[in-house]
Design a protein around this ligand. Structure first.
Ligand code: CP
Ligand code: NVA
Length: 325
């Protein structure tokens, strides 16, 4: 149950970054994610998306995000349509604005995974339907909701927890975690080499929300800062589109690998390991850690589906209690 009375203001909204959502709104979506997961575990079927369609645009590869959107939408009775950029005109022979207006006439919602945050913003501006950011170079917001959901399932709370992220501090996952943790009162530490510190803009943007929630946001190159963390998180050293810098990244990020020595340095027996996946075992995380008893990566992957379903139901105003959750 939510702790605060709440009128859902979600209808018709896009999710481009959590910067656009208040802490109470994120908590409401988190609550709904846990509720739709519980429905599924009870074996209930619902058809709240019957007669609805969603366009799933992918410029980059995906296993979890694509499957989460397709299965969540399909099992609720809706019809997802997968569109790779090999198939459609998106900024190649037709402007993103025009594609947005056409898709908005045919679909009830759009998911976009690609390079440019500007593209997902343009789709939202011109389509007239909710647009979900399924990952851009700048943000991966649906991932971050599943991440805090997994933390909440494990610890029963979020406020006051400490999540340490070791790796590329500038990437989409680190940036999204910084925003959602700042909003929800989770202390967040980015541990990365100075060259890969989050940029000043995202640090400034999260300052206000962190002050409001009481979250402490730390950026450091010292791996010892993971001490006491409730969760340690990592991601690939080179994100999609950065293949050319892989060798340089490996050199920079090797000292930040999540391994047994780092887990020992944390010194918290309850600490869990998180990774958005896909993982390259032996690079950012050792086999022993990701396959070990503290790893929650498979729950985290499953939670992508429940949290994405919650986001879609809320923004399409289709959850039966959406007026009051
Ligand atoms: N975590 C995540 O977004 O996985 P995919 O790239 O497989 O969608
Ligand atoms: N930072 C990674 C996340 C993959 C889910 C990438 O963008 O490739």
């Amino acid at each position: 149950m939510l702790q605060e009375p709440f009128i859902a203001p979600f209808k018709g909204r896009s999710l481009l970054t959590w910067l656009d959502y208040s802490p109470a709104e994120i908590r409401a979506l988190l609550d709904l994610s846990l509720r739709v997961k519980a429905e599924k575990q009870r074996g209930e079927s619902h058809f709240r998306l019957a007669g609805k369609t969603i366009a799933l645009i992918f410029e980059k590869r995906s296993t979890r995000t694509r499957c989460a959107f397709e299965t969540a939408f399909g099992e609720e009775g809706g019809h997802p349509v997968f569109l790779s950029t090999q198939d459609i005109q998106l900024g190649v022979k037709e402007s993103v604005e025009d594609t947005a207006r056409v898709l908005g006439r045919m679909f009830n919602a759009i998911q976009f995974r690609g390079f440019s945050q500007k593209h997902v913003e343009t789709l939202a501006q011109y389509s007239g339907v909710p647009v979900y950011n399924g990952l851009t170079d700048a943000f991966h917001p649906t991932q971050a909701l599943a991440d805090v959901m997994t933390l909440k399932e494990n610890f029963g709370r979020l406020e006051g927890l400490h999540l340490a992220y070791c790796g590329d501090g500038r990437n989409n996952v680190a940036r999204s975690l910084m925003v959602i943790c700042a909003k929800l009162g989770v202390n967040f530490t980015v541990v990365s080499p100075r060259e890969l510190f989050p940029d000043q803009e995202i640090r400034s943007l999260t300052q206000g929300p962190a002050k409001e929630s009481g979250a402490k946001i730390t950026v450091t190159d010292d791996p010892a800062a993971v001490k006491g963390a409730h969760g340690v998180y990592t991601d690939v050293w080179a994100s999609m589109g950065e293949e050319a810098v892989k060798a340089a990244r490996t050199k920079l990020l090797s000292p930040y690998q999540v391994n047994d020595a780092l887990m020992t340095c944390i010194g918290n027996p309850d600490c869990i390991f998180l990774h958005c996946l896909p993982a390259i075992k032996g690079e950012e995380v050792t086999f022993d850690v990701i396959e070990g008893k503290r790893s929650r990566v498979w729950d985290q992957a499953e939670n992508r589906k429940h949290s994405i379903k919650a986001i879609m139901l809320a923004t399409m105003d289709l959850f039966e209690n959406s007026a009051s959750f």
